[in-house]
Design a protein around this ligand. Structure first.
Ligand code: SAH
Ligand code: F3S
Length: 481
């Protein structure tokens, strides 16, 4: 701190400090997908303009917001447990208000207010711009609800406030909603129809992040390959667009190219790809630009054609293999990960074996695996009996997880002895003497800190590995640093 401060400046900083302490404090907790974490940054941005400060300390919060997930029943139970905790805190901080955001808010709507007395405000994923009004309502002692889904809202005009940021990696949302209607999935109901964000505002956000020192962005959407900008509006209304709009439309491959060229040293990732919507030109753009990371999260959910059909996944096992073969042909060092569901209604042992054999074929680098959880309102819940016993779901899940671990280890072992490019993000969780970062393929790499710092792009020689982590030592800066 400066020793000599002129009186005026000192006076001014006192006033500023006073203002900061007078500001109301909001505490935001996020659950579920990356999109929720990204949305919370939009919410923070909106409320900071309304005079709030963020706090990490629940006990001192004036406004507690919980951004919720409905994807599986367990995710909802976790949020209900947190609400109990907030209830306990409210006993010592009676002025505290509680708002529920995100997918549970959208799913339960005003029922939330009846079911959970602690809740003052319920706000769906497309209604965050209404937060200033909703907060006024609760300030005046009324409950507030806005769960209206939108045809246009992409929050493209809001600069997110980066929460809990490492200063190196950031999320940039590019689409909202999903039109795919997988029969098990609640997302189309909670996040509405699919719409894409103006590519200019995406590139602007990426440029701004680069100026502020960020080195990697992840373009986010429920189904990024389906991105289509034609001047705004729902994807499903594209057919009604004018000839001019159609001629100047931007698809996902083009967007990737735009972002990659805007900042050639910014690392670019994206998530999530749906196999039925991923086209060869996306894979070719990935191959063309060094700064697009060689990693695709490509959920398949099941290896059985019969189950894929019942899930309304609009591709076959064979088509998925063809996509995998194309990825491996065009980008030989591309990492691929999966999401898998075990015990979808009617899944027989034979279907489960198909899942295991599909995994053997692909040998995924990572995976996110779940036992089927029936979600109210989905087509599967309405039409198909949840008939696979819980212990069978769990046993199949354990087998899928075991096999994935074997494949993950196989993949990491292939890296031992090689030298890989790593973007340093933060200290390793296990050792403060080590940095943790990821290689292009999204595998975590840890190595001794030496003189390097977060944000550096370094070459690391891999000496050892576990199924999830590469362990090595830096050999110097990358030429791309
Ligand atoms: N496209 C999305 C998928 C969201 S859901 C994305 O951006 O990631 C994430 C994963 O949760 C799905 O791929 C699926 O494997 C799993 N999932 C969704 N609904 C489920 C359910 N009802 N039961 C179990 N797992 C489910
Ligand atoms: Fe859900 Fe399928 Fe969309 S899993 S988010 S409906 S692609």
């Amino acid at each position: 701190m400066e020793k000599v401060i002129d009186e005026n400046a000192q006076g001014q900083s006192l006033v500023l400090a006073q203002e900061a302490t007078n500001k109301r404090k909001m505490y935001i907790e996020s659950y579920g997908c990356q999109m929720n974490f990204s949305d919370s940054e939009i919410v923070a941005s909106i409320l900071i303009k309304e005079g709030f400060n963020t706090t990490q300390n629940l006990e001192e919060a004036d406004l507690v917001l919980v951004n919720t997930c409905s994807i599986r029943e367990k995710a909802e139970q976790t949020v209900r447990k947190r609400l109990e905790k907030f209830n306990a805190v409210k006993k010592v901080n009676p002025g505290m208000k509680v708002g529920v955001l995100g997918c549970m808010a959208e799913r339960l709507k005003s029922k939330f207010l009846e079911e959970e007395k602690i809740v003052d405000m319920v706000v769906g994923p497309d209604a965050y711009k209404d937060l200033p009004n909703l907060v006024k309502e609760i300030d005046e002692g009324r409950n507030a609800v806005n769960v209206i889904l939108s045809k246009e809202e992409t929050y493209g005009d809001i600069a997110p406030v980066r929460l809990n940021s490492n200063g190196v990696t950031a999320f940039v949302s590019i689409t909202r909603g999903c039109d795919n209607m997988c029969t098990f999935c609640v997302v189309p109901f909670t996040r509405g129809r699919e719409r894409s964000r103006d590519p200019r505002s995406i590139v602007e956000e990426v440029n701004d992040l680069w100026e502020r020192g960020f080195k990697e962005v992840t373009l986010l959407g429920q189904n990024v390959d389906s991105y289509l900008w034609y001047g705004g509006g729902l994807k499903k209304d594209f057919a009604k667009a004018s000839e001019m709009q159609k001629a100047t439309a931007v698809n996902f491959a083009q967007l990737l190219g735009l972002v990659a060229e805007a900042k050639p040293r910014m690392r670019i990732r994206f998530s999530t790809s749906n196999p039925q919507d991923m086209t060869l030109d996306v894979i070719e753009v990935m191959a063309k630009y060094d700064n697009i990371c060689k990693y695709i999260h490509l959920p398949v959910q099941s290896g059985s054609d019969r189950i894929l059909k019942k899930m309304n996944r609009l591709h076959t096992r064979q088509e998925y293999f063809e996509l995998i073969d194309n990825i491996r042909r065009i980008i030989p060092d591309c990492a691929i990960s999966q999401d898998m569901i075990t015990g979808f209604p009617t899944e027989a042992e034979e279907d489960h074996q198909d899942t295991l054999s599909l995994m053997e074929y692909v040998k995924y680098d990572f995976g996110f695996m779940f036992a089927y959880s029936e979600r109210p309102g989905t087509l599967a819940a309405k039409k198909i009996d949840d008939d696979v016993p819980e212990e069978v779901k769990k046993r199949r899940l354990a087998e899928v997880i075991d096999l994935q671990q074997k494949h993950s280890l196989y993949r990491t072992q292939q890296q031992v002895g090689k030298t890989v490019e790593v973007l340093i993000e933060k200290p390793s969780k296990k050792s403060d003497a080590h940095w943790a970062g990821r290689n292009s393929q999204n595998t975590v790499v840890v190595f001794p800190k030496e003189h390097y710092k977060p944000g550096d792009l370094v070459m690391v020689r891999v000496n050892d590995c576990t199924s999830t982590t590469l362990i090595g030592e830096a050999t110097g800066y990358s030429t791309n640093q």
